[in-house]
Design a protein around this ligand. Structure first.
Ligand SMILES: C[S@@+](CC[C@H](N)C(=O)[O-])C[C@H]1O[C@@H](n2cnc3c(N)ncnc32)[C@H](O)[C@@H]1O
Length: 297
């Protein structure tokens, strides 16, 4: 397998970079090139950055309700130099880790302090879980230590690249339902909104997930009424499939790593009118070559 350039400085277990090529494919076949792209549940934003850096989307709209995740992206876009200075100067040890843990739960810190703490803990903790345990354990006796995923130079490079695109990145900190009601209508008609909500079957607490059955149903109702193209992905469970009875869907297997590797079935639903390539049965396995073939057609 070829190395895939990883555009996001955040680690996001279950992150959707694997479907980025598929979403690019959808941009091509639906004549959306240079249009807008939105993620109401952005997390690590890696699909959005892939589309932006690959010049598929001309503007991206990224939104996340989690205050720590939002503070990080806000710092990347608005306090780039300050953030990069903190990263350059960061000490990777348990004293600093404990200090960052106290900052992340302190409501009175600045946006930059919260954003940096989110980043520090995401890079220093097992599976990137901000409120989780540190790599190597509290006594740092494991084979991998707190700094195992903290390549300062590479992470700063990613942050600088994103910041250079700040004029076309629209960041918000809204509940997804507010984002759908207020931001999506402001986007170009040539746009795609990709929703990757918290899983229905709650995982290992990878990120804030306060959604219950009714919230998932409310999202489904709101999405069904959108008048712009959309795509939703979920863990493949009958309860979710019941929520989107009138839409085309694709069920596929996805391997991801969080604490341990395991296979998780996923499902995607598509808005009416969106051209969905029938030859692709697994959106997480679209190669770059397949996209090039399409372009040269
Ligand atoms: C499954 S993750 C998205 C992962 C992302 N697709 C990626 O590749 O990194 C879901 C995200 O939704 C956010 N979230 C949870 N509830 C939300 C809500 N009501 N509105 C907006 N974002 C929410 C979480 O903070 C989390 O970052």
């Amino acid at each position: 397998m070829s190395a895939r350039p990883y555009p996001s400085p955040l680690r996001y277990p279950g992150g959707k970079l694997k479907v980025a090529n598929y979403v690019k494919y959808l941009f091509e076949v639906n004549d959306l090139l240079d249009g807008d792209y939105a993620e109401p549940y952005a997390g690590g934003c890696s699909v959005a950055f892939s589309l932006l850096f690959g010049q598929y989307a001309s503007r991206i709209f990224i939104n996340d309700l989690d205050p720590a995740v939002y503070a990080f992206w806000h710092s990347v876009l608005n306090e780039t130099e300050g953030l990069n200075r903190l990263i350059t100067d960061a000490t990777l040890d348990m004293t600093e880790w404990k200090r960052q843990r106290s900052i992340i739960i302190d409501p009175n810190v600045t946006m930059l302090e919260r954003g940096f703490a989110a980043f520090y803990l995401n890079r220093a903790n097992r599976s990137g879980i901000i409120m989780g345990g540190v790599i190597g354990g509290q006594d740092q006796s494991g084979n991998w230590k707190i700094d195992a995923r903290f390549n300062k130079r590479e992470l700063i490079r990613r942050i600088q690249k994103i910041a250079r695109h700040r004029d076309v990145i629209h960041l918000s900190n809204l509940d997804a339902s507010v984002f759908l009601a207020e931001v999506v209508p402001t986007m170009d008609v040539r746009s795609l909104t990709y929703l990757d909500p918290p899983y229905y079957v709650k995982g290992q607490g990878l990120y804030a997930n306060a959604y219950d059955k009714d919230d998932h149903a409310a999202v489904a109702a709101q999405v069904s009424a959108l008048d712009k193209p959309w795509l939703v992905s979920y863990d493949d469970t009958p309860k979710i499939i019941e929520l989107y009875p009138n839409f085309r869907r694709l069920q596929y297997g996805l391997t991801y790593s969080a604490q341990e590797r395991r296979k998780g079935g996923e499902v995607m639903f598509f808005s009416d009118g969106l051209v969905v390539p029938e030859n692709i049965t697994n959106p997480s396995e679209v190669s770059t070559q397949e996209i090039l073939n399409l372009l040269n057609h």
